[in-house]
Design a protein around this ligand. Sequence first.
Ligand code: ADP
Ligand code: MG
Length: 666
Amino acid sequence: RATLVDDEEGGVLFVSAPPSSSSSGFGHSSLERQRQRLPVFKYRDAILYLVENHATTIIVGETGSGKTTQIPQYLKEAGWAEGGRVVACTQPRRLAVQSVASRVAEEMGVKIGEEVGYTIRFEDQTNPSVTVIKFLTDGVLIREMMDDPLLTKYSVIMVDEAHERSLSTDMLLGLLKKIQRRRPELRIIISSATIEAKSMSTFFQARKKDLLHAAEDCVPSHLPAILSVEGKGYTVEIHYVEEPVPDYLQAAVHTVLSINDKEPAGDILVFLTGQDDIDAAVKLLREDTQDDRRRTSGLLVLPLYSGLSRDDQGLVFAPTPKGKRKVVISTNIAETSLTLEGVVYVVDSGFSKQRFYNPMAIEEDGFGERGGRRRGKEEEKEEKRRNHTYSQQHTMGDGEISDIESLVVTPISKASARQRAGRAGRIRPGKCFRLYTEEYFLKEMPTEGIPEMQRSNLVSCVIQLKALGIDNILGFDWLASPPPEAMVRALEVLYSLGILDEDAKLTSPIGYQVAEIPLDPMISKMILSACNFGCSEEIITIAAVLSVQSIWVSMWGAQKEFDEVKLHFAAAEILRKAIIAGFFANSCHLEEYSHNGLYKTVRSSEEVYIHPSSVLFRVNPKWVVYHSLVSTNKHYMRNVIAIDPSWLIEAAPHFYQLRAPNLAPC
Ligand code: ADP
Ligand code: MG
């Protein structure tokens, strides 16, 4: 039995020592042996005991200890998935959902989509009559509440990766706290790699009287329990650069080559920021492999980011072929969500891509003093050619948002840097090469990241809470309060789109219809308006295109044909009026004396430019509306249409007024 120490004063129950390992009647296949070797296995009984007896259990454990893949299986084995009940496990990232669900299905020897299933936005791999363990993004679980507000089919909901503090995770935790009051039999597990366990615990302390509905003998403790799973990570030697590096991508490539030259066998995990720089690094390393076989012979270079096909994901997890050294170049998804076996060396750029939102203006990039990724003219040209680079379209949880929000390359926190380094100590002592100075790490790197809630556009969040009947959004039980300006801005946008009325209630039918569509409300409004213009089919195609990173792939030497095909779309566009119905707030006008294509947003006079990948680049129409902004050295508008300013007044008379000679927001 676990030694349970009841710390009533702090309102928290700790497990101070692990119980002896459980004998659960497993056979001895190799997968089962692997399962039993995971650190979490020793805590199997303790976890089941705590979940039985506490409404909320908080489990903190190092990445790779088996939390995500094992705990749902333990719960199923203990009977929590019987009688039509389902065990749910949420993740902030969809790639992690797919990957862990496949792994658990494999361990259980079942087909994915049957007993073990997953749901991410636009993809449901479950079978309601047989699925008992379900992985899903936290955004999808929030959406399920629209049909089933108390999430009645779930017996246990495990909110995983809570330390990431994604916008959807924070929303979900607030909503689950409400549900828990109405469903005392529901069990919540909050799990993460690092967590401020006490503050999370304080947040989840239910009052005894809230649990009165339950029969006396099955009242779970109102005190959350905290269990810490000891990992068995090996030591990791940390190396810093002596001088700040001007370009982290080049530095990462050099470091990989130098590890391959000097260090004994072992896979390499490189942390860059997104698809653009990862693809560039993969290309450089693969080209280098061809040019200089001696230095790079034996390297197997693989990318890892959201949006990879299932086959490409499989390559990353497959055992490294004999005589090869795997180099996985990843976003921060490999920081805690996914564990790669075999990694001995980590290269940490010190950056990740994060959403930033400033309700009044666009954020500057986060490069600060220590350099970063330099982008020159040539490089922009190159990016124009590849055309799948900068994208504000971004998937975090399940909401794609594109008001004036930027995806910015941002310095990571010390907590992230430690997590990244830890990935090198999985199978034996490893090394982490940080592409920043020790002084920077000690003196300048922020200790913790900022919760996404506090740096996001809240439009989708507000509309979802409204649809769930939560009218007083500021009074909602937030883990950390969102900034009031962002909240006001979201209310304003929704009001101007006709989704909220003057009392900040959802309008009927538009508001309710928009809330049901799992897309950015501006896109949903555009789709609904298309009915009035008789162009629904075309607009749905446009909405689909806007919902993925980029459908355009160009080839060397085919630039002319490529531009011509795109121009075809630019010429189309009654479509434009439907687009404006959703995106009228993103209007810009060309500065009168501008020779370099400088535009200003009507809403806040921000300086912006048409992205070089647009067919309207250099055409510079006087008035334009854009879909999204991306920030590098300048702020670029992506997916731009030319408009007549009178259409703005037609579409949103309440938002615009004519102030000769310029249009200005009311
Ligand atoms: P945690 O959630 O504590 O970080 P996980 O449950 O994700 O740990 O991982 C436990 C083990 O399962 C790790 O050793 C990891 O390598 C392995 N694993 C997880 N997903 C996969 C996968 N898709 N393919 C192969 N191994 C996997
Ligand atoms: Mg996990």
